[in-house]
Design a binder for this molecule. Structure first.
Ligand SMILES: Cc1ncc(C[n+]2csc(CCOP(=O)(O)OP(=O)(O)O)c2C)c(N)n1
Ligand SMILES: [Mg+2]
Length: 895
């Protein structure tokens, strides 16, 4: 049988040939001709001729076959395989040590408490993929901050175990895997730790928040790692093209699970990576064919499927399927029966073959065809058991990485076939292997023997960690490899020279001295941004990010001024080229215009906001978006941004449920501030006035750039035009702490709180109360319910513990004096309710609970009962006076 016959059998339709060959002789002539081209001019010439032929066929309207899939074999042929430069024996011993220590860590944690959990089967499949990277590829040079490596989260134990061998983590830390709540010093065994981070605990998965000197990238939420890796690779290019940093020698490596590839985010950036020719990016998909519950594609082939997807998106695909032990078999497989059998085997069966021994494999795989049986007749069952998949053969892995790192013009994906739970005895390839964490002594002894570990029976019984002495051949080899590659990783470095941001006077004087000029806070923000972009020092570090809404927010002028980043510049004359602010793309463009892709925009924002650490170069990203498509749409990415210690600004624009008036249910945001309050290092503000915004941006820049705080800002800005007052004397402190008084009267009988544009309704309500009811009201602008609550929670706790006395800002501003308080915002009541525990007097909250809908602002504010009448009516009621009711009462179920 030849390849063409075989193609008919292959489950993946994409390279199936027509069933009937009407003229086999002619077909053969074509094939012979191609062979002649290959023989004379090599594969490159053959590729050229095929391209011409395809183009010709296209011109003649000949339907083309899909050509995205290749046979179920290694992409790199034996002939093209570069020799392995390392010492296989030493690397095998080191690999075994890492495997053992990782296993021991999980087993010991669960012996201490079954609550702790942990995974080992994922790492068991990824170990060789990681080790070859550590020994030969992952560069950690200090000058350029080295390669950026995203590790599969459930493989963290292996990364810890390696750092232990390297002397970067101690026994105390391995023994505190998943035990992070205990203070340092309380740990069980004494360690020799050169601790890279505070506290002895090791986090379950990669978390820069918990291990800020170790992990660089949080990958625990499936799908976010691959997406963020792509945008980080792109951001390295952006820095290079803008002349801000030299990044060309650096690679981004992302290790991803095959099950993880089902997450939409995993696939979301593929076309961008190809379009921008990110050859600094290497994605390694660990195709162990299993996810948590079962096979990834039991009835198909995940590898063939991913090959088609990546190739279709424009990636360079390297399949790494079979270890060197298969090479002699494949060489003798003249009738391609082995290949035929591969293609007849779906992944569910491959999994069974992984979970069973050599004998079973012989009976159920090789004995399918007499010729195959013949092919393997000389192998014992044990030999068959030891036939490795490509992802477990360091020489094959090396060849794939070598080719990937040298490939130019495209990102590369390596599809590495592995076994889940590799080497874990009876747990290997089982449906339940993902969560296997307990091993009895017999299983541990078997593991020791399987990997030839130099452990005595009693060391195995006690599950002792093992690290050879520093002068051993293994240790010298390990350190030698790393020193050639410039140091150790993962390692997070946060040192970067601080930037001195400008003062509000410099970028926001128009807002501080607005004197009643009408403008929206969105407009004010854009003016501030324009000024910051012109700042000599800070300007080049500002990264404006937009997801196809620049025109909505009045930012189109920036297109021409600073340009939109494109690695190829602008290959067309834009339609509006005669306009003053035309659509300008440029290689050194500063704006990241992500298109309609909020997830991608956040990934860019994280890349820019962590540049201080990944590149030693602080950048200041401002990502402005429809607020509804922020926390609600990409909330998990924002959580990961917090974990990543991203420093930057998020601008939730056209914010609020009644302010965006006409856009209706899907667009009107009433909850983002509630979501923002759940991210511990997110400071959220809902300013009403441009001067408040100026203070917030000024202080935010000071904290992020000068003080280098690991926080990010979420500021909502509105598109409603109204008169902007100048900054009152002494308001700044209150603005930043969350509230300040904007209307003070003698003998106030009621206190009104308003946030965002609803502050204006509160002021109008105060005037109405005075005019129509003779009631005196103070009014406060609440710039941040969340900041008020945070500070109050801390102070309350300190008082409770007797650590401190004193009152929180909200308590100082709203002292208990019997005067009722009414608070209103453009968000759900729960936002204003955040400060309720710290308000001593009667506290009534109004908000925009329910679904949004379209109407005018006035109608919506009446409907949601956050307008001046509703606020006045609530105030009257709180004072025990019957007031004019707001519009028709609308029961919640109608909303
Ligand atoms: C968004 C998200 N959903 C679910 C999980 C839970 N989860 C953790 S690992 C895993 C299976 C991973 O399978 P795969 O990607 O194939 O990696 P493997 O462990 O097989 O290498 C699941 C479902 C998660 N971490 N993140
Ligand atoms: Mg998997």
């Amino acid at each position: 049988m030849n390849l063409d016959d075989l193609a008919k059998l292959i489950p993946s339709a994409s390279w199936r040939l027509p069933e009937d060959d009407g003229d086999p002789q002619e077909t053969q002539e074509w094939l012979d001709a191609l062979d002649a081209v290959i023989a004379a001019g090599g594969p490159e010439r053959a590729t050229f001729v095929l391209k011409q032929l395809l183009q010709h066929a296209r011109n003649r309207r000949v339907p083309l076959p899909q050509v995205l899939n290749t046979p179920y074999l290694n992409t790199i042929s034996l002939a093209d395989q570069v020799p392995f430069p390392g010492n296989l024996d030493l690397e095998a011993r080191l690999g075994a040590l890492v495997r053992w220590n990782a296993l021991a860590m999980v087993v010991r944690a669960n012996a201490a408490s079954a609550e702790l959990g942990g995974h080992i089967a994922s790492y068991a499949s990824a170990a060789d993929l990681f080790e070859v990277g550590f020994n030969h590829f992952f560069r950690a040079s200090d000058a350029q901050r080295g390669d950026l490596v995203y590790f599969q989260p459930h493989s963290a134990p292996g990364v810890y175990a390696r750092a232990f061998l390297e002397g970067r983590l101690g026994i105390e830390q391995l023994d505190n895997y998943r035990r992070e709540a205990r203070p340092a010093g309380e740990a069980s065994s004494g360690g020799d730790a050169t601790r890279a981070h505070q506290g002895p605990g090791l986090s379950s998965y990669p978390h820069p928040w918990l291990m800020p000197n170790f992990w660089q990238f949080p990958t625990g939420s499936m799908g976010l790692g691959p997406l963020m890796a792509i945008y980080n690779a792109r951001f390295l290019r952006y820095l290079e093209h803008r002349g801000l940093a030299q990044t060309s020698g650096r690679k981004v490596w992302a290790f991803v699970g095959d099950g993880e590839m089902d997450e939409p985010e995993s696939l979301a950036g593929l076309s961008l990576a190809a379009r921008e020719g990110l050859d600094n990016l290497i994605v390694v998909v660990n195709c162990n064919l299993q996810r948590l519950d079962g096979p990834v594609r039991g009835n198909g082939s995940i590898i063939q499927e991913l090959e088609g997807l990546f190739a279709g998106a424009g990636w360079n695909v390297i399949k790494l399927l079979w270890g060197g032990d298969w090479d002699p078999l494949l060489a003798r497989d003249t009738h391609m029966l082995l290949l035929r059998a591969f293609h007849e085997t779906v992944d569910g069966e491959f999994q069974t073959l992984s979970a069973t021994d050599g004998r079973f494999n012989r009976e159920h795989f090789f004995n399918k065809y007499p010729e195959l049986a013949q092919l393997t007749a000389h192998l014992s069952d044990d030999d068959i058991d030891r036939l490795r998949r490509g992802g477990h053969d360091p020489a094959k892995i090396y060849a794939a990485y070598h080719a990937a790192s040298r490939h130019r013009g495209q990102p590369t994906v390596i599809l590495a076939k592995t076994k889940k739970g590799y080497g874990m005895g009876s747990a290997q390839g089982r449906m339940t292997t993902h969560q296997q964490k307990k091993f009895d002594t017999a299983a541990l002894l078997e593991f020791r023997d399987r990997f030839a570990l130099p452990l005595t029976d009693s060391q195995v019984e006690n599950v002792e960690f093992l690290r050879p002495p520093p002068d051993s051949a293994e240790m010298k080899y390990l350190h030698g490899c790393r020193s050639k590659l410039g140091g150790y990783l993962p390692s997070r470095n946060a040192t970067a020279a601080p930037l001195m941001p400008p003062k509000a006077d410099a970028f926001g004087r128009f807002a501080l001295e607005a004197a009643g000029k009408e403008m929206s806070t969105t407009m004010a923000f854009v003016r501030m941004l324009s000024a910051l972009l012109k700042d000599r020092d800070l300007g080049p570090r500002v990264v404006p990010i937009i997801a196809d809404e620049a025109r909505t927010f009045g930012m189109a002028d920036l297109f021409r001024q600073i340009g939109i980043y494109s690695p190829v510049g602008q290959l067309y004359q834009p339609e509006d080229s005669t306009q003053i602010s035309f659509y300008r793309e440029a290689v050194d463009g500063q704006i990241l215009e992500e298109g309609i892709n909020e997830a991608g925009a956040i990934a860019s924002w994280v890349a820019a906001g962590t540049s201080y650490s990944t590149n030693g170069l602080p950048m200041l990203p401002f990502y402005i978006f429809y607020s509804m498509f922020g926390f609600q749409r990409v909330g998990d990415l924002l959580w990961a941004a917090g974990d990543s210690r991203t420093r930057g600004f998020l601008l939730g624009a056209t914010a609020g449920r009644t302010t965006l008036a006409g856009e209706g249910l899907q667009h009107q945001d009433g909850t983002s501030h509630l979501a923002a309050s759940t991210i511990p290092n997110c400071r959220a503000y809902d300013p009403c006035y441009a001067y408040e915004l100026a203070f917030i941006v000024e202080d935010g820049m000071r904290r992020l750039l000068k003080e280098q705080e690991d926080a990010f800002y979420y500021v909502t800005v509105m598109n409603e035009n109204y008169p902007q007052p100048s900054a009152p004397e002494g308001a700044r402190d209150g603005v930043l702490r969350g509230m300040h008084r904007v209307r003070a009267v003698e003998g106030a009988q009621v206190r009104l709180l308003g946030a965002g544009t609803i502050l204006r309704e509160a002021i109008a309500a105060a005037e109405l109360l005075e005019r129509e009811h003779g009631i005196a009201a103070d009014v406060y602008s609440i710039t941040s319910f969340t900041e008020l609550r945070r500070e109050a929670m801390e102070i309350e706790r300190a008082r409770r513990l007797g650590i401190a006395t004193g009152a929180a800002w909200v308590e100082q501003q709203l002292p208990g004096n019997g005067t009722p308080i009414v608070a209103a915002s453009d968000y759900v009541r729960a936002v204003a309710d955040l400060i309720r525990p710290y308000v001593a007097d009667r506290y009534v909250t109004l908000g925009t609970d329910g679904f949004g809908r379209s109407d005018t602002r006035a109608a919506l504010r009446a409907f949601f009962e956050v307008d001046r009448h509703a606020i006045a009516s609530a105030a009257l009621h709180a004072l025990g006076r019957s007031g004019q009711a707001a519009a028709d009462p609308v029961p919640p179920w109608r909303r």
